[in-house]
Design a protein around this ligand. Structure first.
Ligand code: PHB
Length: 401
């Protein structure tokens, strides 16, 4: 069948599907080395900017934003956190990252990371097409793959590339292009979800609070001095609209309550969503001229805030191998990508599912399960080795490991 006529044809070394942090950071890193990209996304810039995501950056990822010239806003508007609080048995237990492993984490929302990266693309003259439709990725088993899209103004565009990167998130369609009989998908569903709120209220605690209680998990995070981000465990089919503000606050207060009298400072609820999550990995991360990065290849539950960090790590490794491949080393250079990215992916998969199980109550859990969980929490918080284990995983691993 003849292909539809397009209005423009552009040739670049790398076409990127997905303008989230992975796609835009990759475009930025390649752009710095003189390699042009075209990035396309079905979402508008406004949609991406206003979709709440997690908020923790590893110190290394924060440093990369500054040192690679994206922006230094994270240093002014982000907050460096030297630890977290685990609350269980009605008591606070501090995990002091700085003292245990000499590391910290930055509270800097993913939406801000996205804005910084999108502004950097504008500033540096990079092409990003937001709000496209009818995305087609073609000829990935050849050395001349193409991406075709309809732009928001209805015009049709073809991008011819040497490589296509699928950075199109947890509902990736690029990953479906790896033939079914050549791919493996690993995954786990969880019998619960997070009820997330944004509240206009003062900060309740100086650091993030991860709370275990007999009623289930809660997480107290923040966005600014006056806007707080909080989550509590709920059923996967819960409807956010069915909850009154009072019931939301009662639930959160019950989950953080303790002998120390700790209470959350309440306020108007500005936004509420039920977030379902799962653990997922697809292998291989490369098929012919198509390479997958970030959530397209792997997703983790949000409990350890690894997702964004993993995506940024993928593209750091990927930018290096793509530059070598394009610089004359050819496809062989790409063979390094999957092993270097995946080692960290599986470490993060383990940590995220471990921390999820450590803190959530599964339907059907009985008194034994609850007490066993408290025993495990004591093992973690009650010894330096246990605290160090958590601190090491939460603050991230060295690049390529
Ligand atoms: C957030 O602030 O949205 C957040 C922080 C830590 C997590 C997950 C989400 O583990």
């Amino acid at each position: 069948m003849a292909e539809a006529v397009v209005d423009t044809v552009t040739s670049v070394p790398v076409a990127v599907v997905g303008a989230g942090p992975a796609g835009l950071m990759l475009a930025h890193l390649l752009g710095r080395a003189g390699v042009a990209t075209v990035v396309v996304d079905t979402r508008t810039r406004h949609e991406i900017e206003t979709t709440q995501r997690a908020g923790i950056l590893e110190a290394g990822a924060a440093r990369d934003l500054v040192e690679t010239g994206v922006s230094d806003r994270v240093l002014h508007e982000g907050h460096e956190h030297e630890g977290i609080e685990l609350r269980f048995g009605g008591r606070p237990h501090r995990i002091d990252f700085k003292e245990l492993v000499g590391a910290s984490a930055w509270l800097y929302p993913q939406t801000d990371v996205f804005t910084d990266l999108a502004n950097a693309r504008d500033r540096d003259g990079g092409t990003v097409l937001f709000g496209v439709k009818d995305t087609e990725v073609l000829d990935i088993t050849t050395a001349a793959p193409r991406v075709r899209v309809t732009a928001s103004d209805g015009t049709r565009h073809e991008i011819r590339a040497r490589y296509v990167v699928g950075a199109d998130g947890s509902r990736s369609t690029c990953r479906d292009l790896v033939p079914e009989d050549r791919r493996v998908r690993y995954g786990k569903e969880y019998p619960f979800a997070w009820f997330g709120i944004m509240a206009e209220a003062p900060t309740s605690a100086p650091e993030l609070v991860y709370a275990h209680s007999e009623h289930g998990f809660a997480l107290i995070s923040r966005r600014t001095e006056t806007v707080q981000r909080m989550y509590f465990q709920c059923g996967p089919d819960e409807s956010a609209a069915a909850w009154t503000d009072d019931r939301i606050w009662e639930t959160l207060q019950a989950r953080v309550a303790g002998r120390d009298g700790f209470r959350l400072r309440e306020g108007r609820i500005l936004e509420r969503t039920v977030l379902r999550f799962r653990s997922f990995v697809q292998e291989p991360m490369r098929w012919g001229s198509l390479v997958l990065a970030g959530d397209a290849a792997h997703t983790v539950p949000p409990t350890g805030a690894r997702g964004l960090n993993l995506a940024l790590h993928d593209v750091k490794v990927l930018a290096g191998v793509l530059l070598r491949a394009l610089g004359g080393a050819g496809d062989g250079a790409l063979d390094d990508y999957q092993p270097r990215a995946l080692q960290r992916v599986w470490r993060a998969q383990n940590f995220s599912s471990w921390m999820t199980r450590l803190l959530h109550t599964a339907p059907g859990d009985d008194a034994f399960d609850l007490r066993r969980q408290l025993g495990e929490l004591d093992n973690v918080a009650g010894s330096r080795a246990g605290r160090t284990y958590l601190a090491e995983q939460y603050t991230g691993w060295p690049t390529g490991a």
